[in-house]
Design a protein. Structure first.
Length: 158
């Protein structure tokens, strides 16, 4: 049965989750800027004097991105699969209704409307999880790098 209160609660929770994802996206951008600013002099110094460059830091640059974006891609595929599964289940239900060879009864029409509302909410929640889970590994790596490089610069005295 259609429950406007729980549906509204689900929509509000999804909107709060999207807001949090937006905040984490902005944190990720800020952290990426800080990491680029910290690593540019390291790259420059290594190019000017390859033997004295910070090869430990340089060696982290590509693998960490591959790991973060691979995790993000995996999360996206999982969320996409979930969304497709919901859609296929709904299409199977519609197909079964169409194959009955008659107009739906009032109860079946009400059930279909309820299922459509649920599918819409499920889709919104799946999209919310998609953004959140795809951003999480990139956010985690970028903010951790920004903190680590800030501490490293403070130890060096600048």
């Amino acid at each position: 049965m259609f429950d406007p209160f729980s549906n509204w609660s689900r929509l509000m929770a999804a909107s709060l989750s999207m807001t949090g994802t937006g905040v984490r996206a902005m944190e990720t951008l800020g952290a990426a800027n800080a990491v680029i600013a910290a690593r540019t002099p390291i790259i420059d110094a290594a190019m000017r004097s390859p033997l004295t460059g910070d090869h430990v830091e340089l060696a982290l640059m590509v693998p960490e991105k591959v790991e973060a974006f691979s995790s993000a891609g995996s999360a996206m595929v999982t969320a996409w699969w979930e969304a497709q599964s919901l859609w296929v289940g709904h299409m199977q239900h519609l197909g079964a209704m169409a194959l009955r060879g008659r107009m739906p009864t009032a109860v079946e029409a009400a059930d279909l409307a309820n299922r459509m509302a649920g599918l819409t909410l499920d889709g919104i929640e799946a999209a919310t999880r998609l953004g959140s889970t795809a951003l999480a590994p990139v956010h985690r790596k970028a903010t951790a790098n920004a903190r680590r490089l800030k501490r490293k610069a403070a130890k060096r005295g600048g």
